[in-house]
Design a binder for this molecule. Structure first.
Ligand code: SAH
Ligand code: SF4
Ligand code: F3S
Length: 470
């Protein structure tokens, strides 16, 4: 069956009209000099990028921003559903807003994002948190102004979820959080249905943005001084497959890399099943592409990979990694791992340990399996007790610490180009990052934040390096 290409649409005039109407209402409702919004984002960069678009629309509706919920006229939590812990944090923090709403009844409280696309969550919010006035899911971003307006105009609670029209909406204004590090979504949704994962259910089917739209956004970002640009998608390697004129991710990456300027180009996440040699060659030959590949393998056991529906095995993964090591000098590899997937035995887990020893990752994001409602893995037999899984998890961290420490130690004495990202509050030291995504701490003038510098690595502490400006 051939799939219909997904259509792109622009933010409608109607939504822009709603933004004007919101500005008029807020002029009257505001508590301070101007209406203020507090936006808190949970979850992955995809959510961060969505929040930047919501903030863009809020800005277009006359709002400024505050970091203090007490000062806000509008509070929004953009939520994540990926693990139970993420959801619990949101529920806890929403519960805490009850008192705030009591103190300032005119504050409007809204929730959006991945959690809200789940019916049982929206119902729980509706029933248990009556002070939440607006709830919308990931598919409703492009008519957020209309939803906000409906709530403001008559105070009725507005709940909207589950309307995946399979389109990509362009022309939404963006208020970027950073001035030199920026996110650039190239696609939305996911078609992979890994058996543990909620993302395809809450973000809908995979759809790519048009190449030209991405190229023009990238070019604008470079021109306005962005030094570290990350292309975002749940599986960037399948970018472009659903476009009317299919484009590969490697060719998109190569095209951006040709743009003049002093910047680094990153991307996440790559699914190992679609990580092509063409992509690795593009990184190897790139001028701006960081020497870093985040390639989540999840488990080192073929049996578990099959049960996870990951569509690659250990051998294929290692082939890809070895090709990357061969082609990209000093490549930095990172990964995501799940411990305690249903049916995983200690033998399976040992395969994960042996894989991380073999690859020698720079760093790992490690998670204990969390059953997600409605996913196939939720219903699988899961006989290993949580205490046992925690033990394995600890063991994994210990092994990785040893590997990361060894890797970092091997960098002492080398010169690295780093991007200075910020200042450490406690010590006043500067934080920087290498092309391979390793953190370096160094002494220096805060004026250097947002610039590239050459640094001599003087010391390694576990996975953090110390350096000196050259
Ligand atoms: N699209 C990305 C990952 C998105 S979610 C990819 O395929 O690599 C980020 C990570 O969260 C996943 O890589 C996985 O390691 C972890 N994760 C997802 N669902 C999980 C669950 N139910 N329990 C524990 N970890 C989970
Ligand atoms: Fe989830 Fe798998 Fe899609 Fe990643 S590729 S978002 S883990 S379903
Ligand atoms: Fe969480 Fe949604 Fe990202 S579930 S990890 S915020 S796509």
């Amino acid at each position: 069956m051939t799939e219909m290409p997904f259509r792109s649409e622009t933010l409608s005039e109607k939504q822009r009209e709603y933004m004007k109407l919101i500005a008029e209402i807020m002029e009257i409702r505001k508590r301070g000099e101007r209406p203020l919004a507090f936006v808190r984002t949970y979850g992955c960069q995809q959510n961060v990028a969505d929040s930047e678009r919501i903030k863009g629309m809020l800005e277009g509706s006359g709002f400024g921003f505050t970091d203090t919920p007490d000062d806000a006229d509008f509070i929004l939590f953009n939520t994540c559903a990926v693990r139970e812990h993420a959801e619990d944090r949101v529920f806890g923090n929403v519960g805490a807003l009850k008192n705030l709403k009591r103190r300032h009844p005119q504050i409007l409280i809204a929730l959006c994002g991945c959690m809200m696309e789940q019916e049982h969550v929206a119902e729980r919010i509706y029933n248990s948190f009556p002070f939440v006035g607006l709830v919308f899911g990931t598919h409703s971003l492009h008519h957020f102004p209309e939803l906000l307006y409906s709530n403001l105009v008559d105070g009725r609670r507005v709940f909207e979820r589950g309307v995946d029209d399979k389109k990509v909406y362009e022309g939404i204004p963006v208020h970027r959080d950073g001035s030199f590090k920026g996110w650039l979504p190239i696609m939305y949704g996911c078609n992979n249905f890994c058996t543990y994962c909620i993302v395809p259910y809450v973000r809908g089917r995979e759809r790519s943005r048009e190449k030209d739209v991405i190229l023009s956004e990238a070019s604008q970002m470079i021109k306005s001084g962005y030094k570290d640009i990350t292309l975002l998608g749940q599986n960037v390697n399948s970018y472009g497959k659903t476009l009317e004129t299919p484009v590969t991710f490697a060719s998109l990456l190569g095209k951006i890399d040709e743009m003049d300027g002093d910047y680094w180009l990153r991307f996440m996440t790559s699914h190992p099943k679609d990580c092509s040699r063409e992509l690795i060659d593009t990184i190897a030959g790139g001028k701006h592409i960081s020497r870093h590949l985040h390639l989540p393998f999840q488990s080192g056991s073929d049996r578990i990979l099959k049960a996870m529906n990951r569509h690659y095995d250990r051998k294929k993964y290692l082939e890809t990694v070895n090709y990357a090591k061969e082609r990209i000098e000093n490549v930095s590899l990172t990964s995501d791992i799940i411990v305690g997937f249903p049916g995983e035995t200690y033998e399976d887990f040992k395969q994960t340990l042996s894989l991380i020893r073999e690859v020698e990752f720079t760093s790992l994001f490690t998670f204990i399996f969390s059953p997600r409602k409605g996913t196939p893995a939720e219903k699988m037999d899961d006989p290993i007790p949580a205490s046992e899984k925690s033990k394995w998890f600890r063991e994994l961290l210990d092994v990785q610490e040893e590997i990361a420490a060894k890797r970092c130690a091997s960098m002492v004495g080398q010169t690295e180009r780093v991007l200075i990202e910020g200042e450490k509050e406690k010590t006043g030291e500067l934080n920087a990052r290498t092309s391979g995504n390793i953190i370096v701490e160094l002494e220096g003038d805060p004026e250097l934040i947002g610039t590239f510098q050459n640094v001599k690595i003087t010391q390694a502490r576990n996975w953090i390096l110390k350096g000196e400006l050259i």
